[in-house]
Design a protein around this ligand. Structure first.
Ligand SMILES: C[S@@+](CC[C@H](N)C(=O)[O-])C[C@H]1O[C@@H](n2cnc3c(N)ncnc32)[C@H](O)[C@@H]1O
Ligand SMILES: [Zn+2]
Length: 391
């Protein structure tokens, strides 16, 4: 079986990119001339592994299907009994339908449509159609579709959501963040994580408004697309709403604080003393875990049992990274920032984490951003321990 690969077929004159066969997992298909990113393979591999762990029979709705690769893989590799693939661009339909032909032999029922996701979800609501997985691989910010996508889920179903809007949630467009996320987003050293927490906050509020709850199963980004998979709970876990809160960062000394909205208080003093600049406060956002270890463990088991090449090495690395970091505590710093503030570069990450743990703090490498660590120690203590390690 081929890993990510494109092969020419059909001899002379047929080697334009859209004529190539592309192989990924068990899927072999044509990409056509529309949007497709081979680099997004880890997101597709993780989606397939997650779907494989969901209760069967499994029906999947792929709202923005492009060439149809996700639906094809959900049918071939995740054992989905039915897939509904949709893309608003009607020109994609013939290619998508041709690509899905192998699903007939796999016993997977296929439906294809060329509707806007908004219309399709309205139809699902009217017909009370619900799915085990709804994949929403959106261009831009998916907020306008979130509530309707949740309505299209069975209890215990999964919303697999992507956003390519990196500017609003990372503090680069504060007005847009207020409009699209209903939240303040300020420049923060762990900007990708901030974006994921803001995104989960949007989904959690939509689920609560419907009387439901959510459990994040995994969350990750490569800085361009922000992806979260969340399980819809029939009822929210007790006190789940206390996980909605604010994250504050002092650009002066580097300290960070968080607090839940349910019991807002004054912010503690940071290390800047009387000279303290105003804190840069982001939120409301999700302060809870970003990853659900039992789900990731089940996915890793499926990956280990998959045929060679079905899961890309980069996807396996991502899975391992996410498994090693639940996403708590929520305060995260780049090692490089520590080095900058100390003057002489950062200490070895493992040594710093060990020193923090020896004092009873929780400290670990971030699974979301390379070169970052998270901990619940006061920033002043982190700096002292790091300086001592550098001596
Ligand atoms: C990010 S691409 C999908 C890529 C695909 N999921 C993959 O893994 O290769 C987004 C797709 O959404 C379609 N699209 C954009 N807005 C839409 C809407 N409102 N409703 C449905 N499809 C839409 C575009 O035509 C495009 O093909
Ligand atoms: Zn400060």
């Amino acid at each position: 079986m081929a890993d990510t690969a494109a092969q020419t077929e059909g001899g002379a004159g047929q080697n334009r990119p859209q004529d190539l066969h592309y192989c990924e997992g068990l899927a072999r298909l044509r990409l056509g001339g529309g949007f497709f990113r081979p680099q997004s393979r880890p997101s597709r591999d993780l989606g397939v592994l997650l779907a494989r762990c969901r209760p069967q029979p499994l029906e999947v709705l792929d709202l923005m299907a492009g060439c149809g690769i996700r639906g094809l893989r959900y049918g071939l590799e995740a054992g989905a009994s039915a897939v509904w693939l949709n893309d608003a661009d009607g020109d994609r339909l013939p290619l998508m339908q041709a690509n899905l032909a192998p699903l007939a032999d796999a016993g997977c029922a296929v439906r294809t449509t060329a509707l806007t996701a908004q219309k399709l979800l309205a139809e699902c609501l009217l017909q009370e159609r619900r799915f085990g997985v709804v994949d929403l691989d959106a261009f831009g910010c998916p907020t306008p579709l979130v509530a309707a996508a949740l309505e299209a889920l069975q209890f215990g179903g999964v919303l697999y959501l992507a956003s390519t809007d990196g500017r609003s949630p990372t503090g680069h467009d504060r007005a847009a963040a207020l409009r699209s996320l209903g939240a303040a987003a300020r420049a923060h050293p762990a900007s990708w994580e901030l974006a994921l927490r803001l995104q989960i906050g949007v989904v959690a509020r939509a689920a609560w408004a419907l009387g439901r709850g959510v459990r994040p199963l995994f969350s990750f980004s490569e800085g361009r697309t922000f992806r979260v998979a969340l399980e819809l709970q029939r009822r929210a876990d007790p006190q789940q709403e206390r996980l909605l809160g604010l994250l504050a960062h002092c650009h002066g000394c580097g300290e960070q604080f968080s607090q839940g909205l349910w019991k807002l208080r004054q912010w503690p003093a940071c290390g800047c003393g009387a000279q303290a600049p105003p804190l840069a406060i982001s939120g409301p956002l999700w302060l809870g875990p970003l990853q659900h270890a039992p789900t990731l463990e089940a996915m890793a088991e499926r990956a280990a049992a998959a045929p060679p090449g079905a899961v890309a090495p980069a996807s396996l690395r991502l899975l391992r990274r996410l498994l090693a970091d639940p996403g708590l505590p929520e305060r995260c710093w780049p090692m490089a920032e520590l080095g900058r503030r100390l003057g002489g570069g950062p200490p070895a990450t493992e040594a710093l984490l060990a020193a923090l743990r020896a004092e009873g703090f929780t400290a670990l490498r971030s699974g979301v951003m390379d070169g970052q660590f998270r901990c619940n120690a006061p920033w002043s203590r982190v700096l002292e321990l790091a300086a001592a390690l550098n001596r």
